[in-house]
Write a protein that binds this ligand. Structure first.
Ligand code: ZN
Length: 238
């Protein structure tokens, strides 16, 4: 039985790498379904990856237009460094949502009660899609389990996937809430984000103190005022 399934997986992985030879990872796929899945996730990710050198060349153009000396010691590696930073700050958008759903569904455990779970203080940095400047975010995720629960570190990882992309804060909160509903199928979920926007701090109004707060409440949190109050009271008490 085991033998049949591993043989199938091996045939599957051997068939396809010709799609784009340069982007296929060099690691040889192992003969198991699990690693075959991981192998193909890597292939998909590599295929979707933007070209680092092209982005660096664009950054060089911008710096030249600003009159910067790209031969100076401080700036000669800057285009490449900036390109790497941009890719890192948008890496969440290159994860396949279907793959994420499968991955996190597998991490769920069985719930033993319906008590509210709150995870506070998830710090993430996203990139404002209007100005390409960072938004530093303090994220809270709360949910009321029905049949499933998800561990603390998984919630931080989910927040990271949706924060690290070109975004606006409201959409990020909604995406996290919708994803939690899909994975955990809770009775209710709430996502609260306090964001400091560099585009408001460093340009325009140059307001270094304002914090944008977004509260998204779904399910029981939306319907039941008491639950909402309990959540908000516990947050302010922290
Ligand atoms: Zn902005």
């Amino acid at each position: 039985m085991g033998r049949t399934s591993t043989t199938k997986a091996w045939k599957f992985t051997k068939k396809r790498p010709r799609i784009r030879a340069t982007s296929v990872p060099r690691t040889k796929p192992q003969r198991s379904l699990f690693t075959a899945g991981r192998y193909w996730r890597t292939v998909l990710r590599n295929m979707a990856k933007p070209d680092l050198d092209k982005i660096a060349a664009h950054y060089s153009g911008i710096l030249k237009e600003l009159g910067a000396d790209l031969d100076s010691e401080g700036l000669k590696e800057t285009p490449l460094r900036a390109a790497k930073a941009l890719l890192e700050m948008t890496e969440g958008s290159r994860m396949e949502t279907d793959q994420l759903t499968k991955m996190f569904r597998a991490e769920c455990k069985t719930a033993i009660c319906h008590d509210m779970v709150i995870v506070e203080g998830i710090n993430e940095v996203g990139l404002c899609e209007h100005h390409l400047l960072p938004i530093t975010m303090n994220i809270t995720i709360a949910y009321i389990p029905d049949k499933k629960i998800l561990g603390l570190s998984k919630l931080s990882r989910i927040a990271g996937y949706f924060a690290r992309r070109l975004q606006n804060q409201e959409r990020t909160a909604h995406l996290i809430a919708a994803f939690m509903e899909q994975i955990v199928e809770p009775l209710g979920v709430a996502v609260l984000i306090d964001g400091k926007h560099m585009c408001a701090m460093a340009r325009g109004v140059r307001d270094t103190h304002s914090v944008m707060k977004v509260n998204v409440m779904h399910g029981a949190f939306q319907k039941d005022q008491n639950l909402r109050n309990e959540l908000l009271a516990r947050l302010s008490a922290a």
